[in-house]
Write a protein that binds this ligand. Structure first.
Ligand SMILES: [Fe+2]
Length: 195
């Protein structure tokens, strides 16, 4: 996940091997898809695992990530964010998810509106749909299907580390550019683009 890239990693630094030493231990209901609350519980516990957080290699030049073994077959990532990096606007299609800051501070800008699924290239957003929240260490959120956001480390000098989980595993990510109220669909990424 470089600056223009994802909530999910781009191929260069990604590893698809789940990190050793940390596995989902949430007591999931047998056979049921993990809920947003269960994904949030997973990221919260992972973020509190000091050994896991310390195991992420950090690179001052770009984001780093390690795949985790998320609960119930979910897709999970530990991500490092150098100062000034971000994802750009994107969504997670039909997946629900959760993420939390483990160290440093992240900012999330999001849209409180459901976008049409397909058939458009440019949309003009109405006033009042923008939301913004600061997520210092220990703070995070869960989100539902079609959540549109960007995540940033606005710090000038401090790395941030976060934990993310998605279910179902991301089938695709749609990437957008934003110019004032205009949102433009730029690209659709599929799992082979980041795994
Ligand atoms: Fe995201």
């Amino acid at each position: 996940m470089s600056v223009s890239s994802s909530p999910t990693p781009s191929p260069a630094a990604a590893t698809s091997t789940p990190a050793a030493g940390f596995a989902a231990t949430a007591a999931l209901r047998a056979g049921a898809a993990p809920t947003q609350a269960e994904l949030f519980d997973f990221v919260r516990r992972a973020a509190a695992d000091a050994g896991l957080i310390a195991s992420l290699p950090l690179d001052p030049e770009g984001r780093t990530w390690v795949r985790l073994d998320g609960p119930g077959g979910s897709e999970a990532w530990l991500i490092g964010w150098p100062p000034g990096t971000g994802t750009g606007w994107h969504d997670h299609a039909e997946s629900v998810g959760a993420f939390i800051t483990a160290s440093g501070e992240l900012k999330e800008n999001s849209l409180a509106v459901r976008l049409p699924t397909d058939g458009w290239k440019t949309l003009e957003l109405t006033e009042g749909v923008d939301r913004s929240r600061r997520l210092p260490a220990g703070q995070g959120r869960a989100f539902g299907r079609h959540h549109v956001h960007e995540v940033l480390n606005e710090s000038q000098d401090r790395h941030a580390i976060s934990v993310h989980a998605y279910y179902p595993p991301l089938p695709q990510i749609r990437r957008y550019s934003r110019s004032g109220p205009l949102l433009r669909l730029e690209q659709v990424e599929r799992p082979e683009d980041w795994q």
